[in-house]
Design a protein around this ligand. Structure first.
Ligand code: C2O
Ligand code: CU
Ligand code: CU
Length: 493
């Protein structure tokens, strides 16, 4: 492979920084055009809840294109699951099997991957599980994993970034005896609130359709207006007491650093794959694309708060480095006439620790970007893992079911969110340091920076050559352009 070409990138970016400066507002929003709208804010959309028990464990869902008004009377071309943008929150229960039927009413093929689900490869919804227009993909999902906040989105090779950007994403909320018995807030939409955080560009109130420049291909596509559950500048009204937020970074490429106005503390209670052992007090929470975290905020003093985010690039974008921007994500308004029911328990879970000494196999993954040609003169970026761009006909790794493995991941250049299918992992070390308390939970997506990120993982479900699992960068532009590999899991490797 070529050595990282930092100089070319920096030069290209510096030119852009100068030209883009004039248009950058503090919040990066279209503030002037929609000033009055921003002052008031708009009520946060709450994705409709579909409870699998109430639906007899049989849930039909359409995938459809639509028109969505992010701003009053301004209609954007979008897509969604059963609605014009995004989709429902589907509540699944551990030890139950739910049938889902995804009917593709789009005019192009797609697939529906359950990101975070521990299900066999043939139910995983990867690129091999293509759903042609007019077809329905029916799957019975046996849920065996612990309570956790997961999501679903298309996963075809090459079109994932555009399809997710158009609005195709929804939530799987898995519950189990533990989550149902803990005294935490759990009234969906009232004190247990999902927040799908994304970024989009608007022109005259209309969402700019997906396209990528060479630079956006390289850095990932980052846009300037924050959407939460598809709502621009949202507020939510909650009872006085504890509130639980289930955060999903559903952006194609942007990282967020969430914090509360006044740098007040909050408590992280869960990572992608389930609850932490105990709540961890924090003041700032960084999330890369694909990650989920649950936090609880104490609003018992009745004062309203704002959830803010620093907008963080994962590359070394000169412009964003020089002028770091903060956006308001959500106004949290307290209704003092209502009392919240939830409490923050001292203990949440009892996590089995995977151990380094039990490791059977060590695998190394190097996330690579290669630049060919000259900046500005048809430069082409190529994405690869271990020197290979994703090829649907090639299996890259073969894992034996039930083994504990150590996956060591590093990168040549910018940071990448690394995600794997079929299991959750635990962070063993990042740059040789043990994970911080807030990272000592089950995860399936992690930011890979300089040095080695070491993950302990055990795959308990099978994936064959026909329907393998994927590992990839969750910057969707990188994933679509080759930073992905395939692996099988079987008893006989
Ligand atoms: Cu969220 Cu392989 O995907
Ligand atoms: Cu996934
Ligand atoms: Cu990447």
């Amino acid at each position: 492979m070529n050595p990282p070409n930092e100089l070319t990138r920096r030069k290209a970016l510096k030119g852009l920084a100068a030209s883009a400066l004039a248009g950058t507002s503090m919040f990066g929003f279209e503030r002037s055009a929609h000033a009055q709208f921003f002052a008031a804010g708009s009520r946060l959309n709450i994705p409709p809840l579909i409870d699998s028990r109430a639906s007899n464990n049989d849930i039909p869902i359409t995938m459809q294109s639509g028109k969505h008004a992010f701003f009053p009377n301004k209609w954007s071309d979008t897509a969604g699951f059963g609605q014009s943008f995004l989709g429902p929150a589907i509540r699944l229960y551990r030890n139950q099997t739910t049938r889902l039927g995804f009917q593709n009413l789009l005019n192009e093929p797609t697939s529906v991957h359950g990101h975070g689900l521990h299900v066999p490869g043939w139910l995983d919804g990867g690129p091999q599980a293509q759903i042609d227009p007019g077809q329905t993909w029916s799957v019975e999902l046996p849920i065996v994993q612990q309570a956790s906040t997961n999501w679903f989105h298309p996963h075809l090779h090459g079109s994932t970034s555009r399809q997710v950007h158009s609005g195709l994403a929804g939530l799987y909320l898995i519950e189990d005896d533990n989550s149902l018995n803990l005294p935490i807030p759990k009234t969906y939409g009232l004190d247990d609130i999902p927040l799908i955080v994304q970024d989009r560009d608007f022109e005259g109130g209309v969402m700019v359709p997906y396209s990528v420049t060479e630079r956006e291909m390289m850095n990932g596509k980052r846009e300037d207006t924050i959407l939460v559950n598809g709502t621009v500048n949202p507020f939510v009204t909650v009872p006085q007491g504890w509130v639980r937020l289930r955060l999903l970074n559903g952006s194609n490429a942007r990282g967020y650093e969430f914090h509360l106005s006044g740098k007040e503390s909050f408590y992280k209670i869960a990572t992608e794959g389930g609850f932490l052992d105990e709540p961890v007090e924090m003041t700032s929470l960084r999330m890369v694309p694909g990650e989920r975290n649950e936090i609880m905020i104490n609003l018992s003093d009745g004062k309203s708060r704002q959830l803010l985010s620093k907008l963080v690039p994962l590359d070394d974008d000169v412009l964003e480095e020089l002028f770091p921007r903060t956006a308001r994500v959500l106004q949290i308004r307290v209704d003092g006439t209502k009392r919240g029911q939830g409490q923050l328990p001292p203990r949440l879970n009892s996590i089995e620790r995977l151990r380094r000494q039990d490791v059977h196999v060590v695998r190394d993954f190097r996330l690579q970007m290669e630049h060919r040609g000259q900046a500005g003169h048809g430069m082409h970026s190529m994405f690869a893992i271990n020197g290979k761009a994703m090829h649907p006909g090639r299996i890259d790794e073969r894992v034996r079911k039930g083994d504990v493995e150590l996956w060591r991941v590093t990168r040549d250049e910018m940071d990448h969110p690394f995600h794997l299918h079929g299991a959750s992992f635990q962070i063993h070390a990042q740059r040789r340091r043990a994970p911080r308390p807030e990272d000592r939970g089950w995860k399936d997506t992690v930011e890979v920076g300089y040095g080695w990120t070491e993950l302990l993982v055990r795959f308990e479900h099978e994936a064959n050559d026909q329907f393998p699992y994927m590992y990839h960068c969750h910057i969707l532009e990188h994933k679509d352009d080759g930073m992905m590999g395939q692996f099988t899991v079987s008893q006989f490797n």
